[in-house]
Design a binder for this molecule. Sequence first.
Ligand code: HEC
Length: 129
Amino acid sequence: MFREGWRANEAMKPLVEKLSNTVLNELALSFWSQKLAPPARKAQPDIVALGKAITEKHNCVQCHKADLTGQQHVPRIAGPHKDYLLEQLKGFKAAKRADFDGTMTSAAQALTPEELEPLADYLATLVVP
Ligand code: HEC
């Protein structure tokens, strides 16, 4: 998506625009097979309770799986950095973060602006085996 310019990003575009599909496949496989670093921050019980309630209310688990580790083209959302997650959620809600098939942009429309920060906070602290 960065290479084709569907997901517009000035930092990423020049790095990937000349890469072949074969190289992209190799990169994906290489990232996928790496061991995950533990989350940067520890989960606080109140953040966990609130975040979990929001993911249940909005059915995030339906596509991202019960443990939020993702499947096929649906990415892992358990464990990335909070700032990154918040940026993506804001982008989807504003329909500015391009997505592959439009499902995430639709899913984000039901989120209230107040839910975005606690949600990102919660997802960033999830430890995944
Ligand atoms: C109908 C299926 C569906 C539902 C429901 C859904 N998502 Fe997604 N989500 C996706 C898909 C597909 C993508 C990949 C988008 C793309 O093409 O980049 C995605 C991407 C994301 C990303 C970006 C991850 C990254 O690495 O850039 C975040 C964050 C996210 N979803 C959070 C959520 C949260 C939180 C919920 C619940 C409020 C949710 N999603 C509900 C399908 C869904």
